[in-house]
Design a protein around this ligand. Structure first.
Ligand code: AMP
Ligand code: GLY
Length: 420
């Protein structure tokens, strides 16, 4: 089979690496990919959001399966274009991808199908918003409704801060149009987990649960980022916790999307908080998490292509096997990330062994034969082992060889891990 992966980050590198191991696969292409993947895949110079050109290329090159990585591709209609040409695609169409693209749509679905989530209200008017704040008190969560590059979420702990945030967003337009509507949401207390499932219509098959680290610096301090590191499993795929999260959250949402005429196909990501009352949802994503993919895929024992093909076959529910191991992934970021990453530093040419360690490349480029940093998140180093402690030690031993001038990384990935 010839497989096309759409995207260019560490997640897509991990997908290409995993797909490459399938006995069914002869060729792996990544569009546009990055130079750090070229040992394992052929790079195709088409933007990940140019849906029409991607579909034309896939048709002309007889691609058997397309796996879509980022949300931007889904929103741009890559899956719709592939479907229109009868090309097998793993990723939701634009309609179903709304579960990520519109916070409002996600809340409507969750409320309609009784999926536990934070209580919320939406406001465009400052006086109404402040009146509501006085009623519910702090701590509270205030979110710009539109996309604000991950910076549109504020978690005030005092009423003064809460009022100021509302004024800032609604009156002073801190987030421009994205903040013209705000969502005020119940603050959920508890640990945060990422649950990815393989979903096709009503079929929902969970993966191992992972934990991301969103803040830039150690001890969860500093600004929010796309994710600075992750580990898995927090709960195994066959644990009671995962079964409950599927039953109360992932399955009802998949079923709800079918009922709404927007059936979902692809990786469905539930951002969950384990509260005293059980799992509650803070958001859905219509794609694999990044850096979650980089720590979950090394733990997948089954052939990823087999799993996807049987998900796409009517009736069949694949048995998905997981290794009895842990995987810890640490992001190497550019100094100044997320606000103003400094780019263009030469990177060390370090090779991972693929057994205990992997390096998945994201923001890298080539200049005069030298690999240089070219993005906020440069790469992810992973370590795998039978125990969490060894996996973490493996990852950090590798990171010591990889990290270099102009970069930084968190030293405490997995600090919430508890031995069971
Ligand atoms: P988001 O951009 O929606 O992923 O939110 C960014 C981060 O804010 C999340 O990863 C959580 O850590 C935190 N967060 C968002 N919503 C809530 C909530 N309702 N309760 C507690 N923390 C939240
Ligand atoms: N790691 C968080 C995300 O992919 O959205």
């Amino acid at each position: 089979m010839k497989i096309l992966i759409v995207g260019k980050g560490g997640r897509e590198h991990a997908l290409a690496w995993k797909v490459k191991q399938s006995s069914k696969v002869s060729d792996v292409f990544v569009a546009p990919g990055n130079v750090g993947m070229k040992d394992i895949a052929t790079l195709v110079n088409i933007s990940e959001t140019n849906a029409e050109e991607l579909a034309n290329w896939a048709e002309a090159n007889h691609i058997d399966l397309v796996i879509v990585g980022p949300e931007s591709s889904l929103v741009a209609g890559v899956a719709d274009q592939m479907n229109a040409k009868g090309i097998k695609v793993w990723g939701p169409n634009q309609n179903a991808a709304q579960i990520e693209g519109s916070k409002d749509f996600a809340k409507i679905i969750m409320n309609k199908y009784d999926v536990p989530t934070a209580v919320h209200q939406t406001f465009t008017n400052t006086a109404d918003a402040i009146q509501y704040l006085e009623k519910v008190g702090v701590p509270i969560v205030i979110k710009a409704d539109g996309l604000a590059a991950g910076k549109g979420v504020v978690l005030p702990t005092t009423m003064d801060e809460a009022r100021a945030t509302v004024v800032d967003m609604l009156e002073d337009n801190r987030f421009g149009d994205a903040g013209a509507r705000i969502v005020i949401e119940e603050f959920l207390e508890g640990n945060e987990y990422s649950l990815m499932c393989f979903v096709h219509g009503n079929k929902v098959v969970p993966m191992v649960m992972a934990q991301d680290h969103k803040r830039a610096y150690d001890n969860d301090e500093g600004p929010n980022t796309g994710g600075m590191g992750a580990y898995a499993p927090c709960f195994t795929a066959d644990s009671d916790e995962t079964a409950i999260a599927v039953k109360t959250i992932m399955q009802p949402v998949a079923d709800g999307l079918v009922k709404e005429g927007k059936p979902f196909t692809g990786f469905l990501y539930g951002g969950l908080i384990l509260t005293k009352e059980g799992f509650k949802t803070i958001e859905f994503n219509a794609r694999f998490g990044d850096p979650e993919a980089e720590v979950i895929l090394p733990l997948l024992e089954s052939d990823l292509v087999d799993v996807i093909l049987s998900m796409l076959t009517d009736g069949e529910i694949p048995k998905v096997k997981w290794k009895n191991e842990y995987c810890v992934g640490v992001v190497l970021a550019s100094e100044g990330y997320p606000q103003e990453p400094k780019l263009g530093y030469p990177l060390k040419n370090v090779k991972a062994d693929g057994v205990n360690n992997m390096i998945f490349n994201a923001g890298v480029a080539e200049k005069d034969g030298q690999i240089i940093s070219n993005g906020g998140r440069i790469l992810v180093v992973t370590g795998s082992a039978p125990t969490f402690k060894e996996a973490k030690a493996n990852a950090y031993a590798m990171m010591d060889q990889v990290s270099t001038e102009g970069t930084f990384f968190r030293k405490d990935i997995g600090h919430r891990f508890k031995e069971k």
